[in-house]
Each structure stands twice: as structure tokens, then as C-alpha cells.
Design a protein around this ligand. Structure first.
Ligand code: GLN
Length: 455
């Protein structure tokens, strides 16, 4: 099947407000169709690409003023592999600036609208990617994850979102946020769409030393049921005050897993409560270091300061170029790394990270094949609701950021709706066990009605 650029253009036009002002053109689409290998396994599948993954053909701006109009001279390995597999870059997708956020409200282009309810957020930071897939204009999209930025918007928008194991997909051409956490992830309208794109972009890459020396992901044969598999339900992820719709979604998933022959056991991840504070020390610390390159000299639209000297150039470029949330992260990150505080914050967070990772290893070593949890504590929230309170925004990541700290694969699968809004089920798997996680998700998907009310 070959993709018709005019049809795709009409689809993108129909949902232009969802992706805010991020532009595309018919000429770009025609050129992109020409870049896709004609007989690749993805067969002309249009894929939206988050604005922090370099296409080299479209601007890569991280939704930031500081990178306005920036075109990378490099093509991300994931994008090159996508094209080589017959995928077509449909457009770039809006995001929270430098991938910092959980609502895609921190973007120089404006906020992304939730496809079912424009007064709500699509989640973040890969909100544009999620909204475009949920609106049905592309079957798949690339996003990035540092602490849940694919799974959380996937859950809010009612689609599939997969974060692979750390190192499974090359990050060459992904703009760095938190280098010990970052991963390129995939959105799909179905498990199969997401799995095929993930398989196409995975694998070792000599241009990224952190990409594992593993062959590309080989998908597992389809299964009929879940017999012989044990699923863990971490009690720390089911607090008594959990949103009733989210709880109903988990109850639905647990009942289904049992019907399909899976065993469900309660497990404990005792350090789960440290995940958000640990993540929000380590991610800003790494971000403060990574974002130092946007100084108006190496990268970034240069703003000469009033004093006319180098210091004033740095201050003006960075002060005007970065939005408030990015500045907050740089300040927090610089503080937790500063002399006299590094042991108390950064060092302790590293220790907590080890404990969080060890919790997962222990649970999987005890015979659990996958964990079942909610993806988010609530369905999609209202735009503006958490903007004035960063801590409330950070708590939207309470169930997702631990997988990034542990480096394990995790995904969100739509289980149904609560009061009309999608509810996501999170599956977390042992290191490098994506193939089985995706096979399990495909079984569940066949028996779930993502648009039915869960209660
Ligand atoms: N919401 C998290 C943050 O703001 C995660 C972002 C991400 O995964 N890129 O840092």
C-alpha cells in the first residue's frame, strides 16, 4: 500500500489545533513519502515524530524559543530506521518544552488539546504525538521518555504507549534531557502498530554508546491466552484514595487476566514512594548539565545582552530563550549538584534509585512475569488545573517514573473509559522482556473495549 500525501494532508489539516501551531506542508509530505523505503515492512505507515527527535528535513525545536527554526544536520537513528522500514515522517509533534512536563502546556507553540475534550490536557510531555494518534490521523508516533512522557499521554488519550528498556533504541539524534533516563518510545493506535514501529527502530548503533549491543527487537508469536504467566499487583500503586475510575480500570484488567488463565498475586515495591522525589532530583540534575549547551554560542538563538559582554550574552540568550519550567529545572538541578548539597540531594537520590531498581529485580526474580498497575492516578485533567503548582504536576508521574529509574520496559494499554475519559493500564516487565510484554498486551487488547465505561 502506498500512502497518498493528499489524504494525509487532509487528515493533518483536520486536527491542526490538536498539535497547536506546529506546521507541516503538503510539499514536506510529498518529499517524506519519497524518503520512505518503498517495500519496507511498515508499508508507508505515516508516523508523527516528537519535536525533540531530529528528522534533518523538518525543524527540531523541542517546542522552545531557544531553538526557534533550528534544523539539525543529523538524522536521528530512529528516524533513519523508520524511513528504511517504509515509515513516513508525517509531521513533527508538539511537546512540553525540552520534554519537561506532564500536560503539553509548556510549549512555545501553545498547548495541545485533548482529542476527546478540548478543555483537558492530552498529557505530556509527548502530548502532540499522543493526540495525533488518538485522533486517528496517524497510526503511530515517536515520543520520548525520561519519566513517563509516552505512557502518561497514551493513557490520557486512550492509545498504546511503549517505553522500551534503557538502551533498546538508539538515542542518536534525540535531544538529551536526562541521559541516564532518556529513551525513545512509541505510540500506536493498536499494540501491533506500536510493536512494529518499535521493532523497526530498535537495535545497536555505533553512534550511540548507550545503545545496547542487541539485535533489533524480535516480536513474539501471538498467544491465545495468559496461561502459565504470573502478574504482580504492587500494593503501593493502589492507594486507598485512588480515583474510582482508575481503580475500576485495574479491577477490570485483573478480572480479565484471571479469565485468560493468568495468575495474579499481590506484591510489594517498598521504595515506590521515593520514585517521584528521586526522579525530580536526578532528572533536573542531568538536565542542568545537558542544557548548558544552549548558550547562544554552541546552540541556541543568540541574544546579545545590554552589557555587550559574554556573560550578558549567556544571560540574555538563556533568560529569554527558556520558558519558566525549563528555568525551574535548571535551577533545581544546579542546586542539587552544587558544592555542599550534592551529597544530601544528588547522592541520596542515586542511592534511592538503586533501591527502587532492586525492588523490581526482587519482584521479577520471585517468579512474577509482569506487573499490572494504573498508568496515571487520574484521567486527563483540565487545562490550567496544575500549571500554578509544579508539585501537583509532578505527581501525575507517580506510577510511571520508576520504570525509567529502573531502566525496565513498560507500557500503557487503554482498558476503557471513566466518565467518558480514557483509563490506562500499565504493564511493566523485566529488563529486555519487551517481546513478551507486547504479546501479553495484544492478548488483553483483543478482549478489552477501550471505549466502554469501566464502571
Ligand atoms: N513529566 C516528567 C517531567 O516533567 C517526565 C518527562 C519526560 O518523560 N520527558 O520531567
Amino acid at each position: 500500500m502506498t500512502l497518498d500525501p493528499a489524504v494525509l494532508a487532509a487528515g493533518l489539516e483536520r486536527v491542526r489545533p490538536l498539535n497547536a501551531a506546529l506546521a507541516w506542508s503538503v510539499a514536506d509530505l510529498v518529499a517524506e513519502v519519497g524518503r520512505a523505503a518503498p517495500n519496507g515492512p511498515l508499508g508507508g505507515m505515516p508516523v508523527a515524530v516528537k519535536d525533540n527527535i531530529a528528522t534533518a528535513t523538518l525543524p527540531t525545536t523541542c517546542a522552545s524559543r531557544i531553538l526557534a527554526g533550528y534544523r539539525s544536520p543529523f538524522t536521528a537513528t530512529a528516524v533513519a530506521r523508520l524511513r528504511a522500514a517504509g515509515g513516513v515522517v508525517a509531521c513533527t509533534a508538539n511537546m512540553d518544552e525540552f520534554a519537561m512536563g506532564s500536560s503539553t502546556e509548556h510549549s512555545v507553540y501553545g498547548r495541545v488539546l485533548h482529542p476527546l475534550d478540548p478543555t483537558r490536557v492530552a498529557g505530556g510531555s509527548s502530548g502532540g504525538s499522543a493526540a495525533l494518534v488518538a485522533a486517528g490521523v496517524v497510526p503511530a508516533a515517536l515520543g520520548s521518555e525520561t519519566g513517563g512522557s509516552v505512557r502518561q499521554p497514551a493513557a490520557f488519550c486512550g492509545i498504546v504507549g511503549v517505553k522500551p528498556s534503557y538502551g533498546r533504541v538508539s538515542r542518536f539524534g534525540l535531544v538529551a534531557f536526562g541521559s541516564s533516563l532518556d529513551a525513545i518510545g512509541v505510540f500506536g493506535a493498536t499494540v501491533d502498530d506500536a510493536a512494529r514501529v518499535l521493532a523497526a527502530i530498535s537495535g545497536a548503533d555505533p553512534r550511540d554508546a548507550t545503545a545496547l549491543a542487541e539485535p533489533p527487537l524480535a516480536l513474539a508469536p501471538a498467544r491465545g491466552d495468559l496461561a502459565g504467566l504470573t502478574f504482580g499487583l504492587p500494593r503501593e500503586y493502589l492507594p486507598v484514595d485512588l480515583d474510582p475510575g482508575i481503580r475500576a480500570g485495574i479491577d477490570r484488567a485483573v478480572a480479565l487476566v484471571r479469565e485468560l488463565g493468568g495468575r495474579v498475586v499481590e506484591v510489594s515495591l517498598p521504595h515506590a514512594r521515593f520514585a517521584v522525589p528521586t526522579y525530580y532530583v536526578l532528572a533536573p540534575a542531568e538536565a542542568a548539565a545537558n542544557l548548558a549547551r544552549y548558550d547562544g554560542v554552541r546552540y541556541g538563538s543568540r541574544q546579545i545582552g545590554s552589557a555587550g559582554d559574554l556573560r550578558s550574552l549567556y544571560q540574555t540568550t538563556r533568560g529569554r530563550g527558556f520558558g519558566a519550567e525549563v528555568r525551574r529545572r535548571i535551577l533545581v538541578g544546579t542546586y542539587v549538584l552544587s558544592a555542599g548539597y550534592a551529597d544530601a540531594y544528588y547522592g541520596r537520590a542515586q542511592s534511592a534509585r538503586s533501591l527502587i531498581a532492586a525492588d523490581f529485580r526482587a519482584v521479577f526474580a520471585s517468579g512474577v512475569d509482569a506487573l499490572l498497575t494504573p498508568t496515571t492516578p487520574t484521567p486527563a485533567f483540565k487545562a490550567g488545573e496544575k500549571l500554578a503548582d509544579p508539585l501537583q504536576m509532578y505527581l501525575a508521574d507517580v506510577f510511571v517514573c520508576s520504570a525509567n529509574l529502573a531502566g525496565i520496559p513498560a507500557m500503557s494499554l487503554p482498558v476503557g473509559r471513566s466518565q467518558g475519559l480514557p483509563v490506562g493500564l500499565q504493564l511493566m516487565s523485566p529488563w529486555l522482556d519487551e517481546a513478551r510484554m507486547l504479546a501479553v498486551a495484544a492478548v488483553l487488547e483483543r478482549h478489552l473495549d477501550p471505549v466502554a465505561e469501566v464502571r
